[in-house]
Design a protein around this ligand. Structure first.
Ligand code: SF4
Ligand code: SF4
Length: 398
């Protein structure tokens, strides 16, 4: 969920085929909010990987999948009401340049889901969201309140970890997906921890914090009365119990939380948070090492890919692994070469191809691995020379 402002960088996605796995990193192309980007850069010891294929201004999910599975361009992946921890709410409130500030102030004024910990989705929204998985990406009723009419995110620089790490087409496909998933879990964990830690520092009463935490836990559960609340019967909690001595100064509390958190480096975050954040951080480092690794499995075989004819003269085939949105287009010679990956070592296969006058770069092999077209295999039985690819069909892709 990465609706960028119009001036943010992006790249054409093509039509879902033949995208080389390039992990680029520059400070100006970070896909994350500035605060989170700085923390992640410090944690992984490198600039945050850029994501160029999730082209939000021309939503990839609104044009790459088969027509009946495409998402609705007016909402795209922003059929979601984000939980915003108190420090992010504070950042939004104090940043006067932000277009989406009014949408957050409106959430605060509506009070449903609003506690010292932050802004949770409203009760009716949660009920609808849980009952409507198929509506994700499509239903206007689930539209995020911070999504601007021009399709950009009104709170881009302060969006939460879920929004910030969602990329429908990570550059290195599954490897990228694993990295962003680990990063999402880290941000979710530290958002919870930092939000509580701010309240403790600001000496919010223990019973107020405890009540907020109970409300936050409920946010994670499928509360039984949610569907009933769709009729409008949302219980309004006593505001004094929700805010304690901060009643009437809610916005000031959020701003103070932001003041504290925005001054933190990753080392401060890490020392402030507990072992759960440390464990998530370690998982992110490991996933990042895999993301930037150029090593390949020793043995590969051609996966069971969908093969369809793109053109007949000369023959061009499209190859795509099941469940993936991206594949490659290959002329007959490349397709034939791929069938030679039968479980022998990559070096053996490439040497055999070279003897026959066919040259395939290891970078191309790496791309095919990322796309799930070549898959790791091991053991003697897989070196039988059998291919798992179906014969090319003549059915045209949509
Ligand atoms: S579905 Fe993908 S391309 Fe579309 S807005 Fe979301 S992240 Fe961007
Ligand atoms: S805050 Fe809303 S508009 Fe922004 S990225 Fe998240 S879901 Fe989309």
């Amino acid at each position: 969920m990465t609706k960028r402002p119009a001036d943010a960088p992006h790249a054409d996605a093509g039509e879902g085929r033949r995208r080389l796995p390039v992990v680029r990193s520059t400070a100006s192309s970070t896909p994350l909010p500035p605060l989170y980007a700085a923390w992640l850069d410090e944690l992984i010891g490198a600039p945050t990987p850029a994501e160029t294929d999730s082209t939000c201004e021309d939503c990839a999910m609104c044009r790459l999948p088969p027509v009946e599975e495409r998402w609705e361009p007016s909402v795209k992946c922003c059929t979601y009401m984000p939980y915003l921890p108190n420090f992010l709410v504070g950042g939004i409130l104090v940043d006067r340049r932000l277009r989406g500030g009014a949408s957050v102030r409106a959430r605060i004024e509506a009070t449903d889901g609003i506690t010292p910990l932050g802004a949770a989705a409203t009760t009716p929204y949660r009920a609808l969201y849980r009952q409507s998985r198929a509506a994700f990406g499509r239903a206007a009723t689930l539209r995020c309140p911070h999504l601007e009419d021009d399709g950009t995110c009104g709170i881009w620089a302060y969006r939460n970890g879920v929004c910030a790490t969602y990329f429908c087409l990570p550059v290195r496909d599954e490897v990228g997906r694993r990295f962003w998933h680990a990063t999402r879990e880290l941000f979710a964990e530290l958002e919870d921890e930092l939000a509580v830690s701010c309240l403790l520092e600001l000496e919010v009463e223990p019973e107020v914090i405890a009540a907020s935490l109970r409300g936050r836990d409920r946010h994670h559960e499928a509360a039984r009365d949610e569907l009933g609340s769709l009729g409008g019967a949302v219980a309004v909690p006593d505001r004094r119990r929700v805010w304690g001595r901060w009643i009437g100064r809610e916005r000031e509390l959020y701003a103070r939380c932001f003041e504290k958190v925005s001054a933190m480096r990753w080392t401060d975050v890490s020392s402030r948070c507990g072992p759960r954040v440390s464990a998530r951080a370690a998982a992110v480092k490991q996933a990042h090492a895999e993301l930037v690794s150029t090593s390949l499995p020793e043995r590969l075989r051609l996966a069971r890919v969908q093969v369809e004819t793109v053109r007949t003269e000369p023959l061009v085939l499209s190859l795509q692994a099941p469940g993936r949105f991206r594949g490659i287009e290959a002329e007959q010679a490349l397709f034939d070469a791929l069938t030679r990956f039968d479980g022998r070592t990559i070096d053996d296969v490439l040497a055999g191809l070279a003897r026959d006058g066919v040259r395939i770069e290891r970078a191309t092999v790496a791309t095919l691995v990322d796309l799930g077209i070549l898959v790791e295999t091991q053991g003697a039985d897989s070196a039988s020379g059998a291919t798992h690819a179906p014969a090319p069909s003549t059915r045209r892709r949509r």
